[in-house]
Write a protein that binds this ligand. Sequence first.
Ligand SMILES: [Cu+2]
Length: 123
Amino acid sequence: MRGAHNPGRFCLDMVRSLFSLLAAGLTVALVACGAPSAPPQTVELIVTDPPAATRQVEVRLGAEVTLVITTPVDDRVHVHGYEIEKDIVAGEPTEVVFDATMAGTYEVESHVTDAVWLDLVVR
Ligand SMILES: [Cu+2]
């Protein structure tokens, strides 16, 4: 006995179809979660000596953000919340790239002078 005349076989086929549908759905969900939902954004920051007042910059939640930071002395940037730290060589534009996946306001600070360069507002 084969095909639709075999109830056991029919059931197995249905289960297989259901599983492939589920797998397809899961893949789509994972891709949707992983992909940034906003266009990429670049924020340029040229630090002066003495540093300017803290600038507020808005970025879209889900965007890939590139901070391009140039400092007058060797420095070290800290992006609070996202917990990124990176050394900066004086006069060399340095890129800090991250996905803005958390909403809120985060300080971008110098760990050499403690100046808060930016308040990064993610929304
Ligand atoms: Cu810090």
